[in-house]
Design a protein around this ligand. Sequence first.
Ligand SMILES: Nc1ncnc2c1ncn2[C@@H]1O[C@H](COP(=O)(O)OP(=O)(O)OP(=O)(O)O)[C@@H](O)[C@H]1O
Length: 353
Amino acid sequence: MAEIVIEHVTKRFGSFTAVDDVHMTFADGEVACLLGPSGCGKTTLMRMLAGLERPSEGRVLFGGRDVTRLPPRKRNVGMVFQYPVMYPTLSVAENLELPMRHDRSVSTAERKRRVDEVLDVLDLRPLAGAFIEQLDAGSRQKVAVGRAVARQSEIVLFDEPTTNVEVNAKLQLIRAFKRVTKRLKQTIVYVTHDQTEAMTLADRIALMKDGRIMQYDRPQVLYGQPTTEFGGWFLGNPGMNFIPAELDSRGIHAPILAEPLPAPASPPRGQLTLGIRPELVRMTGAPTEGSVGAILVDQAIGIAGRYLTKAKIGETVVKVNTDGRPPAALGGAVHLSVPRDRLMLFADGNRVS
Ligand SMILES: Nc1ncnc2c1ncn2[C@@H]1O[C@H](COP(=O)(O)OP(=O)(O)OP(=O)(O)O)[C@@H](O)[C@H]1O
């Protein structure tokens, strides 16, 4: 068992708080992605797991063992970083084997078996005898992934390993990564600022902002049920619409609503918005039940039969991801409707249940 428990961990650099009271558990055998914008503290949190940075407060436990004060080499974790250190004049197979050479608990036969397994799962077999210096960035990173997992440490940490890899090789690397994690069942923490990568790889995503974990859940929950406006905005391409709303005795009013929504049992305080994903807004040429009039103000090129457009209801801009061409030309009249049960209410940026 190697679950990772992070107990109220804070990291300050001088007066600046890079990681702010993070308290969470990464479950044994799962792939967890730390996702968030640049500077939100992902790498700092990861470095504290690796032992490269000491928390200002709090504890880190691996499988129940307090490792907060242990140096990296005593933590028994595999690590892959953006720029892996490898031995250019050794072959791929030798690089995979190297970290296990000094481990007396692994026999020569077992080392060979693990190297073989990784060569197969990562599709590296044809390159087994090649020198690292002959490989492109994507294949090098595959070797780095292989080397980190071949040791079969219970925990493997990845810090943006695909950043320097070109797009096609990146997809290959991600596919290989998925195969390897399924097979070896290690506890994996993977840092990325790329939401597609996180959605593809993660069993769970920890969404970070300003040093804090905003939400930690399965990818589809993060996407479908964001607990904050930040989560709704950050995930999705483009992110969720947030439409200003007001509450009075008749219910919740917003420009996207033809009729008010019933007010929640306990009236929320603060600045209200209604959140709706662009692909859930329906745009038609003629009015439909519950629709409101709008003007088409922007239209991007369609991808796979869908068009990303913007329409204005008065001064409120709504992003709409239409299924097929929009029903009017730019500047023309359209009608927007939303499934009322899919609207989410936020007060001061936080979801109201
Ligand atoms: N050694 C340090 N001294 C001072 N400030 C630091 C140090 N390391 C990180 N920071 C600051 O802490 C904040 C979080 O940095 P961190 O690298 O963890 O963010 P990140 O989410 O990984 O961003 P990126 O994706 O850009 O790497 C940043 O504002 C950064 O400038």
